[in-house]
Design a protein around this ligand. Sequence first.
Ligand SMILES: [Zn+2]
Length: 228
Amino acid sequence: MKYLFFIFVVCIFSNPIQFQKKQISYKIFEDRNKINEIVLEDFDNFFTNIYNEIYENWEIKKSNFFQIQIYTNFQLWKKKFPELKFSRAGYNSEQDEFYFYFASLDDWKNSKQTIQHEICHSALAKLKPEGEKINFIIEEGFCNFQFPTGKLNFNYDKSILKLSYSDLLKKISSSTKKKEIQEYLNFSTKLFFNLKVKNIQFIKKIHLKEIDFEKIFEEFKRKEFNAK
Ligand SMILES: [Zn+2]
């Protein structure tokens, strides 16, 4: 019975309601009767303003057109985005598309930092040289320091300090454990917190290899090791 109910719920939300706003094309996976146009209008205004502000501050070329998917059904969210593992938001740079799970549509108001955080990822993606893979330490460390999605937490498993840069990246990409991923996130956030990097030019220079990030990583590890 439970199983049948689940199928039924997923089916209701599987066909999204689509909205076209000036800059953004929306797919909302929610019961049509529960969609409130005013709530959506507020969300769209907030998102567009923050998006423009971040891009203008960082002098990054904005997309004229991009997409957002919003989910209010957690089962459907998990089913559609198993790769987002433990997150309730994501961004796909190939599609220039944002994904959000909100407990209800107007719950976006409790997720403002998360929205900013994802916009940060989208801005960083525009700086990435073609074909380059996402570097978790740089991306998450920088965006989480600028726009933490929760309370900043710097506790991490100190065995991370024994890993080389390439081994750490390998470990991160193969990790499936929530606790582990959280610790890598805390580590990279602390790294950027200590660096106090607010300027996106810094990330540009890393991509252009004008800054040796591996060296920064090794120096940070040394400092942390001594501080233990
Ligand atoms: Zn992130």
